[in-house]
Design a protein around this ligand. Structure first.
Ligand SMILES: *[C@@H]1O[C@H](CO)[C@@H](O)[C@H](O)[C@H]1NC(C)=O
Ligand SMILES: *[C@@H]1O[C@H](CO)[C@@H](O)[C@H](O)[C@H]1NC(C)=O
Length: 227
């Protein structure tokens, strides 16, 4: 055998091996559908929300190491944002900061904030084009449908079973809100259901009740899935 033939045989062997490895990899991919990427430990995201045509913008600050999660909610053309501050010990503060209507309400829930791997065990539904992005789609516990960009693995969109939907407009991995901003206002610690302003009153409490439900929906993710 010439040395050239030997090299050819070796190359053929190598190719066969590579082919073999390739086919194993391909079949593994088919047997195991894609899984959602866990959330980064800390991020800031701007969300465009739509609930049956009621629109809002949410600044979401997720901070797992800090044990805290913040939703700053601006309803369309509403006077000021509504703050939904959640701690991992189950305490939530729902408040507004300015004006005669400023108010605060606290709630004690049995679940903490979402874990970074909260999408574990989601059911893969396939691929879909959403908001112009090519996405993998999962459903978790009949509660949420979650769309993630196939290439960048960033969340693009999610829809709660209620129809409330989020479109992810920015996703800044590693962004952390300064500590001072996580301080609930002093009137949150003055009573259970408390309207702080002199003329606070029933209306603001009612308005809070509405938003409290929204907060529970977000938190309910944890409750329903038992983590
Ligand atoms: C909001 O959602 C409703 C369906 O609930 C849809 O008809 C409407 O076009 C959406 N609006 C925007 C601005 O996305
Ligand atoms: C949970 O943590 C927050 C922030 O440290 C605190 O204000 C709140 O009182 C705590 N709740 C409980 C039940 O310990």
């Amino acid at each position: 055998m010439s040395s050239k033939t030997t090299i050819n045989i070796t190359l053929t062997n190598l190719l066969l091996h590579l082919l073999c490895i390739f086919s194993i990899t391909t079949s593994t991919q088919q047997d195991h559908p894609p899984i959602p990427k866990p959330w980064p430990l800390q991020f800031h995201s701007k969300l465009f929300m739509n609930y049956s045509g009621s629109l809002s913008l949410i600044d979401l600050w997720y901070d797992w190491p800090g044990g805290r999660n913040f939703n700053i909610i601006q309803d369309q053309l509403d006077q000021e944002p509504f703050y939904d501050l959640e701690w991992n010990n189950g305490t939530s503060f729902f408040y507004t900061l300015h004006g005669p209507q400023r108010s605060c309400r606290t709630a004690q829930l049995e679940v903490g904030i979402l874990r970074p791997d909260w999408l574990d065990g989601a059911t893969y539904l396939g691929e879909e084009r959403v908001n112009g992005f090519h996405c993998n789609v999962w459903e978790k516990a009949d509660f949420i449908t979650y769309y993630e960009d196939v290439v960048t693995k960033r969340p693009v969109h999610w829809v709660f079973y209620t129809g409330r939907s989020a479109h992810v407009m920015t996703f800044e991995v590693g962004a952390v809100l300064e500590d001072a901003k996580w301080q609930a206002p002093v009137y949150c610690f003055e009573g259970k259901v408390e309207a702080a302003g002199r003329s606070g009153g029933i209306e603001s409490v009612t308005a809070d009740g509405e938003d409290l439900k929204n907060g529970e929906e977000r938190r309910g993710l944890g409750g329903l899935m038992g983590f």
